[in-house]
Structure formats: structure tokens, C-alpha cells
Design a protein around this ligand. Structure first.
Ligand code: PMP
Length: 309
């Protein structure tokens, strides 16, 4: 089966989409990306892209930070993503990766006077972390990048060296995921996820000013909690020691979905099992992303399959 990408303003086989060795973004991390999930609904035999427009709106905002002029509107980008998903015709969960990057074949650290370009590809993508049993986390010895260094709200590729340092340290030490503190010592987020805790029946999550990436899944969970469970989310700083004594904790992200955290720094969270509020939010979330809840169909963009299994 040929896999297709969008590259140089056209669809083409992935095997033909190549960039030059002098590409600026490769050397200096001058690119912005998104991660969008297509969720396969086996009952309907249908794929739904989740909150695809919000992802492209975030990408367009982030382009401003990196001084990249992306010559598409969010709606045009959505249409390209749907078309690409259709061309690839997967009958399983997928992950779409759009990337805007400084494509100039040029040496020199800067953002100005460089051409840029846009590409997008699709890969089949199952679970990133264990959503059933939950994950075991550590507090990273690496600190989350500060807004005075590289804007953390932007998904700039160069930032992700910081996340990769934390993830690999965690993994090599026998944990599933890292939780990073910011430069003030407050909890920021996971290496690719936002973090929530449950305190006295309420949800608490760090605010954008604690250098988080303002996640679309984070917003999804806050909305579902409020509308479906009547639970408000308090956005406030969280300290490391508070994590050790919370009732429940979970991570959210396009890749990670809603992943329960059952252990942090070898301290069991709650009774070490998936918490009640976490499970209820997970159920609501999985129904919503697969287009199974009519109240949230506006978040789901259907993809028709051209290639039948
Ligand atoms: N934080 C980081 C560092 C991430 O890379 C991601 C994944 N995009 C998130 C949080 C979660 O964001 P979202 O829910 O929009 O995928």
C-alpha cells in the first residue's frame, strides 16, 4: 500500500517526499508541529478527526511566534488533512503530523529572511501510554523550558529536546513518563501531556503561566467534566509534594488520550488503581473522540474511506 504525504504543495507518495540536508529547521529546530488524531469507530466503520480545526488554529498562532507565513486558512488546512486521511485509507487509529518549517537551504541562526514550507503525513497510531492500567511517573531532573527561553505554548520542534531529555531519563530509570517542574519549582506537565489532579472531588491543573503547552485535550477534559459531571477545574499552581497525596491524577494529550497516573516517585496515587473520576472522564472522552456522543459531534470531522479493507 502506498502511503501519501502532503509536500511541496501537493500530495505524493511518502517515499518521494524528501528535504535537503541544508534545511534550516533540521539544524536549528526552527519548525512548529501539530499532532492530530483520527479515531477509528469500528462499529460504524468510520474515521473521525478530533478537533482538527483547533489544532490548525493553534498551528497558525504558533507560526506567528516563529515568523512563518503559512499561506493557508485553518479551513483549508482541515480540508487537506481530511483529504490526506482519505488517500491513506487506514481502518485504525491514526496520527496526522503537520509541520511548518524554515525550509531555506541556509546556514545562520535567525528567524528572519528565510523561506518556509508546510508538510503533513499520517501514521497508524495505537495507544501511547497504558490507558487501562495507568502509568508510573517520576519528577524529572530536567526543568520545563521557560517562556523567557523559548515560548512553551508553541509546539516548536527545538523545544522538544527538553521533553526528550526528560522522557528518556524517566524510561531509563524504569518509569513510563516524566513530569517536569518549571523554573519556579511548580508542576508544569508531562513530556507530551498536560497533568490533572483530583482534590476533594474537584479537578486542578496548572495554568498556562506555569509554562504548559495549552492542550486541546486539556480543554476537552475541562469541558466534559463541567458539562457532563458538573465538576469545575481550578487552574492554579501545583507543588511537587501535593502530587504525592492527591486522590487521583491523570495525563491528557492527543497521543496519550486520558492516561491515569498510578504512581509518582514510587508513591502510590490513591489506592494505586484507576480513580473513579478519571475512569468516568476517560469513558466520556473515548465516546466523544470516536463520534459516539451526538452532543460532541461538532468536535469530530468524518473521513470517508476510498480504499476498503
Ligand atoms: N504538552 C506537551 C509538551 C505536548 O507535546 C502535548 C501534545 N501536543 C500536550 C501537552 C497535550 O496537548 P494536546 O492535548 O493539544 O495534544
Amino acid at each position: 500500500m502506498v502511503e501519501y504525504a502532503y509536500f511541496n504543495k501537493q500530495f505524493m507518495p511518502v517515499s518521494e517526499a524528501k528535504i535537503g540536508i541544508m534545511t534550516h529547521a533540521l539544524h536549528y529546530g526552527t519548525a512548529c508541529f501539530e499532532g492530530i488524531r483520527g479515531n477509528w469507530n469500528g462499529d460504524e466503520g468510520k474515521m473521525y478527526l478530533f478537533r482538527v480545526k483547533e489544532h490548525f488554529e493553534r498551528l497558525l498562532k504558533n507560526c506567528r511566534i516563529l515568523k512563518i507565513g503559512l499561506p493557508y486558512t485553518a479551513d483549508e488546512l482541515c480540508r487537506l488533512a481530511v483529504e490526506l486521511a482519505e488517500m491513506n485509507g487506514y481502518a485504525e487509529d491514526i496520527y496526522i503530523r503537520p509541520l511548518v518549517y524554515k525550509s531555506a537551504q541556509a546556514v545562520g541562526v535567525r528567524l528572519h529572511n528565510l523561506e518556509d514550507d508546510f508538510l503533513m503525513f499520517v501514521v497508524p497510531f495505537g495507544n501511547y501510554l497504558d490507558v487501562e492500567k495507568g502509568c508510573r511517573c517520576c519528577i524529572s531532573s530536567w526543568r520545563r523550558i521557560d517562556d523567557t527561553m523559548i515560548p512553551p505554548r508553541a509546539k516548536i520542534t527545538g523545544i522538544y529536546v527538553n521533553n526528550a531529555m526528560a522522557k528518556t531519563e524517566a524510561w531509563e530509570n524504569g518509569f513510563d513518563e516524566a513530569i517536569l517542574l518549571n523554573m519556579d519549582g511548580h508542576v508544569s506537565e508531562g513530556s507530551g501531556e498536560n497533568i490533572f489532579i483530583v482534590v476533594d472531588g474537584k479537578l486542578v491543573t496548572p495554568p498556562p503561566s506555569d509554562n504548559i503547552l495549552v492542550g486541546i485535550t486539556r480543554d476537552t477534559i475541562m469541558t466534559l467534566a463541567r458539562q457532563e459531571l458538573g465538576i469545575e477545574t481550578v487552574e492554579r499552581s501545583v507543588d511537587r509534594n501535593e502530587l504525592y497525596v492527591v486522590d487521583e491524577c491523570f495525563l491528557t494529550g492527543t497521543a496519550a488520550h486520558v492516561t491515569p497516573v498510578v504512581d509518582i516517585d514510587h508513591r502510590m496515587i490513591g489506592d494505586g488503581k484507576v480513580g473513579d473520576i478519571t475512569r468516568r472522564l476517560q469513558d466520556l472522552y473515548f465516546d466523544a473522540i470516536k463520534g459516539k456522543n451526538p452532543d460532541y459531534l461538532h468536535w469530530c470531522t468524518p473521513v470517508s474511506r476510498k480504499v476498503l479493507a
